[in-house]
Design a protein around this ligand. Sequence first.
Ligand code: ZN
Length: 136
Amino acid sequence: MDISHIEHIGIAVKSIEEAKKYYEGVLGLKCYAIEKVVDQKVTTAFFKVGQTKIELLEPMEADSPVGKFIENKGEGIHHIAFCVNGVEKCLSDAELAGLRLIDKAPRKGAEGLSIAFLHPKSTFGVLTEFCEDKNK
Ligand code: ZN
């Protein structure tokens, strides 16, 4: 696989508005984008930390992937995303290695990135995302 860096860390929060008081008010990071990903029923807010981003994830409703995550585990780290070259190749390598894929093919995520997830059951408990900016 061709992984360059950690693209972002996804953090589930009940309220982006509340969480911003910490990320902006205390840490001094700047929220540079808020985006709704309707098919995931989630609102995302992005902060840059060097070349890595923090992606806050606020569920639009309780009955959604992030809503269920918060209900089961509470707020906290939801996933880690690697910036890769060739997300399709990463997926086929992962599949060959016997890992469980959530996405068999890349789909469109926030910021127009091409993304795909591996199941945490086969990645030592960490929901893992590959993402690639194909617009570059
Ligand atoms: Zn993500």
